[in-house]
Design a protein around this ligand. Sequence first.
Ligand code: ZN
Length: 60
Amino acid sequence: MLVKIVTLFLVFMVVMGAVQRWINPKRKIGKRDQTRLGRPRKCPECGRFLIGTGTCTCKN
Ligand SMILES: [Zn+2]
């Protein structure tokens, strides 16, 4: 019984993933986007991490 529930849950997850890919294929996060988001940018002047707009406070 428990195995059947787990199997149904897995099938449900796969179906939901397929439906979401089908609804917005452009919004899916690919491997390239993950690496782009995961790579932190640093200020070339002071070396601090740039968050948000990308302008560092050391230049003000
Ligand atoms: Zn800086």
